[in-house]
Ligand binder design. Structure first.
Ligand SMILES: Nc1ncnc2c1ncn2[C@@H]1O[C@H](COP(=O)(O)OP(=O)(O)OP(=O)(O)O)[C@@H](O)[C@H]1O
Length: 257
């Protein structure tokens, strides 16, 4: 991959949470899915978000990405305070600044790989100029999709489908990409390919990536590891080996699966 830096201010965190809580239910059914979480995610970082099942990882992603409201606290995304935005403005901000990669790929089955990659531009009503076209062509080549580009998702392997999802997420150069268990449906070889691509996107393109994962091997590709337990941020580490991550998680009763 060649170096094509992104255009976001390095001085400010891309995602910033200040004492963010998300409470579901009330009384005896009350659950603090996030409990006063304060954290910054900086530009160009590849952050893994780990923690036991039910610890609040998905809630963290949903709140940080503006898919869901926090109950209290402040969430800044790409320089905008989400709490001060109405639904429409938040949707516009999310379409412009956030890319998503999901375990189930979430490609549109009736569209070709190429049409799927262009979809975020269509949804945001953004025209693709020559510079963006050459970036997208570069991604398609780099991700090894050139000869599969007119095929529909059902005609692609799982690894190829996830590479289309990565191209789609990278195409609009969002401020941050949230990846939710992106290798959960892949065999180990495709997983390694996908994780290497994500790491390269962070290192060479300065693409900020936040990845939820249960897997210490997947998290070992990241340069920062956040651990959430019972809705609280309980660990914030630099890059670690799979073994170190497994050891770290044993204390929080997370399997190394
Ligand atoms: N819509 C909801 N209504 C009520 N409780 C919810 C809701 N969504 C999540 N929760 C609760 O909030 C807590 C955190 O859930 P969350 O899905 O964020 O965890 P997670 O770490 O992503 O789990 P997993 O790894 O199993 O996907 C859990 O106790 C869950 O039951």
């Amino acid at each position: 991959m060649t170096s094509e830096p992104l255009q976001h201010s390095p001085a400010h965190p891309v995602v910033s949470l200040r004492r963010v809580s998300k409470i579901y239910g009330e009384g005896t059914g009350r659950v603090a899915a996030l409990d006063e979480v304060t954290v910054d995610i900086h530009r160009g970082g590849f952050t893994a978000i780990m923690g036991p099942s039910g610890s609040g990882k998905s809630t963290f992603m949903n709140v940080a990405a503006g898919l869901d409201d926090a109950t209290s606290g402040e969430v800044m995304l790409a320089g905008s305070a989400l709490t001060h935005l109405g639904d429409d403005a938040r949707t516009t901000l999310r379409r412009r600044e956030v890319g998503f990669i999901f375990q189930a790929f979430n490609l549109v089955p009736t569209l070709s790989a190429h049409e799927n990659i262009l979809l975020p531009f269509e949804l945001a009503g953004r025209r693709i100029d020559i510079e963006q076209q050459s970036w997208i062509d570069h991604l398609i080549g780099t991700l090894g999709l050139a000869d599969r580009i007119i095929h529909r998702p059902s005609e692609l392997s799982g690894g190829q489908q996830q590479r289309v999802a990565i191209a789609r997420a990278l195409a609009s150069r969002p401020a941050v990409i949230f990846a939710d268990e992106p290798t959960g449906n892949l065999d180990s070889r495709s997983s390694r390919e996908v994780l290497t691509l994500l790491r390269t996107a962070a290192r060479e393109y300065g693409q900020t990536i936040a990845m939820i994962s249960h897997d210490p091997v997947a998290a070992s590709y990241a340069d920062r590891i956040l651990v959430i337990a019972d809705g609280s941020l309980v660990g914030d580490h630099g890059a670690l080996s799979p073994q170190q991550i497994s050891d770290l998680l044993i204390g929080f009763e997370v399997g190394a699966a």
